[in-house]
Write a protein of this length. Sequence first.
Length: 315
Amino acid sequence: MSGYGQVFRRGRGRHRRRRRAPLKTAAAVSALVTCSAFAVHAVDDDQEDCVPLPAGAKGGRRDLPAWCHGHHAAGAPAGKGGPGDTGDGVARDGDSGHRDRPAAPPAPEGVYDRERCGNTSGRILLTLDDWPYNDPERSVRIGAQLKAQGIRAAFFLIGKFAAQYPQITQQLRQQGHWVGNHSYTHRHLPSLDDDELHDEIHNGVGGNLLRPPYGDASEREREMAAELGFRICNWTIDTHDWEKTQGHARSVDDIRASIRDATPDEKRNGVILGHLFSNFPDALPDIVSDLQAQGYQICRNNGPVTEKVPYPLDC
């Protein structure tokens, strides 16, 4: 019911006779109600007139008064940023949402480069995946060799096997190497339902870097990983060391050449993918020599690390 109806109507019966108010009184009341209605409207304009139109409705933000745009900008959440994003643009407790200052801008898209694992050092990160199935201790021997050269690598271990040999993860971190999550049983994450996906990530090696099997992770998998505290870490150079030709594993020379011949863009701030079960570990001495001869530096080993990999990478 409008303000006028509330003033002039007497009683609630639909057919009840209404007493006519004296002319002067009616005029005075009318003026009073008009002023009151104007005052209420002025206070509540931002709540009523600035409500965004439903999706698909004609018009939109362009049809709102100019000051309404600022009101919604102050209270609207900013878009998702990458890791390190500290501004979400949402009014906090105690904020009215009517501030003149604009909301904090979202972090630029692409702040975290998944293919480079957040590497902005200019150096190259060597990574080794999966598990040395016939020789579990091969991992720590590789780690010791790299440590002796002053090199820090990242090992992405399959959780099922790492859980059977917990000392290996501990030794690698003590040697100064990062150890990441390569899922629990190396299943193709996009093919799993939500519960399976959660368990495959959650039950893997603890930490904050996840290398999805086959490097395959869509938006759903990335969101689940983020909810569980992981960033996706893929690669810029794939050595294809896992491939076999006529039943024979790829040779040390072929693996070495795949890195030596990679482009400068793939190498600078790059990440190299190899596997613990292949000939990649045997090729490492020559790979390191080739990269250094080409003027590239490799991530430095600065001593023991924790399960949390820093961002940006401390190379």
